[in-house]
Design a protein around this ligand. Structure first.
Ligand SMILES: [Zn+2]
Length: 142
């Protein structure tokens, strides 16, 4: 019976560490592609939601019952608010996708520094770095 002992080097998987701490922040080509896929997915979902809410509204209009109309006003108000928010987000996503066509994506509009990838991963449609955003929020409180 032949016993083959694997060499210790074969057992240990090769782990590549990034010696450069700034590398974690950089927007590499691969990361850009990941963000692009994320943005496209978000956009498609939003478009679908907006489309579905329109369909639901039309359906509700078609089956309108005068007794329901009191609550309908409030419901409609809410749908409009939700839709406005969805459209605003869509606008930001479209802008980010457009910026990706250029080299401007991932660069802060205010300080022109590169936005850390960690932030872009959380909010791929942002155009400000965290310090600038908090500064702007102080200037124009929302
Ligand atoms: Zn900035």
């Amino acid at each position: 019976m032949a016993v083959t002992t694997p060499s210790p080097s074969a057992e240990r998987p090769v782990v590549s560490h990034h010696p450069n701490p700034t590398e974690a922040k950089l927007l590499t080509r691969k990361r850009r592609l990941i963000l692009h896929a994320k943005l496209t997915k978000q956009r498609d979902r939003l478009l679908m939601n907006v489309h579905l809410s329109r369909l639901a509204e039309r359906e509700a209009e078609a089956q309108s019952d005068p007794l329901d109309q009191a609550t309908e006003g409030l419901e409609q108000e809410l749908t409009i608010q939700t839709r406005i928010r969805a459209l605003e987000q869509l606008h930001r996503i479209e802008r980010a996708l457009r910026l990706m066509q250029t080299n401007e994506y991932g660069r802060c509009r205010r300080c022109h520094q590169e936005i850390p990838y960690k932030r872009l991963a959380v909010k791929p449609d942002t155009i400000y770095c965290v310090p600038c955003l908090s500064h702007l929020e102080k200037e124009w409180p929302v």
